[in-house]
Design a protein around this ligand. Sequence first.
Ligand SMILES: [Zn+2]
Length: 264
Amino acid sequence: MARIYVDPGHGGSDPGAVANGVREADVALAVARRVVDHLRRHGMDVRMSRTGDTTKSLQARTNEANAWGADAYVSVHCNAAASASANGFEVWHTVFVDKSKGDELARAILRWLDELTPLANRGAKSKAGAGGRDYYHVIRETRMPAVIVECGFVTNPNDARYLASASGQAALAEAIARGVVEWAGLAWRPLEAPAPQPAPAPKPAAKPGPFADVPADHRFAAAIQWAKERGITVGYGDGTFRPDQPVTRAEVVAMLYRALHKQG
Ligand SMILES: [Zn+2]
C-alpha cells in the first residue's frame, strides 16, 4: 500500500502568505484534508504533517516522513508575489530528475490542475540551492519523491477568491489527488454521485372537518360534527368554530335546550 505524506504548509504561529483576506495556512490545510480523503478512499496509507492550525518545523515534517518511509511527500502551499498580477499554480520537484520520480509526480499533478481548475498553469519547476542541491527544504531533505504544490497566489484577487472558495479547494484537491493516484498506477474512482433525491410524496389532502378550524383529525371532530348537523352548536360567521374558546353558562343551557327540543 502506497504511503503518502501530505503536508499542509505553515500553520500555527506561521500563517504563510496573507493577502486579500486569505491565509495560506488555512487554504493549505483545507485542500490537504480533501486530498487525504481522496487518497484514503483509494486505499492509500496517508499521514498528515498537521491536521489543525498548529506550528511544526520543516525539519520535524521531513524527519517524520523519512522515519515513516513515505513513498511520496506532497506539500500544499499558496504563492505570493509583490505584484498583484502574478497568478496561477505551479508544482516544484527535485532538480535531480534521474534520482527520483518526483518530476513525474509533479507533472501528473500539474496536468490535473490544468484540467480541473481555471487557474493559469505556470508549469513544473525545480530550483538548485547551495552546492547544487535542491533549494527547498522539503524537497532536499526527504528521501522519497517530493513535490510542493503552489495552488495559486493569495496576492492575486482572482486566485485568492478561488483559493478561499469551497469549490476551488475541492477542485484543487481532486487535481492533486488524481495526480498522486495516477502516479501510483491506480485507477481513479470518481466520487459517487449523490443519490437522486426522490420527489417528496405529495401530502394527502387534509380531509375537511366540520369547521375551518376543526379538521377531520381533531380529537372531537366527530362530536362537533354531530352537534353541528343537529343545530345544537353553530360556528361563527367566518366559518370557524374556535374549539378552544371557553363557553358561558348561558351557552351551555342554550345548547342543552336545542339538543333536547330540536331532536326527534
Ligand atoms: Zn508556503
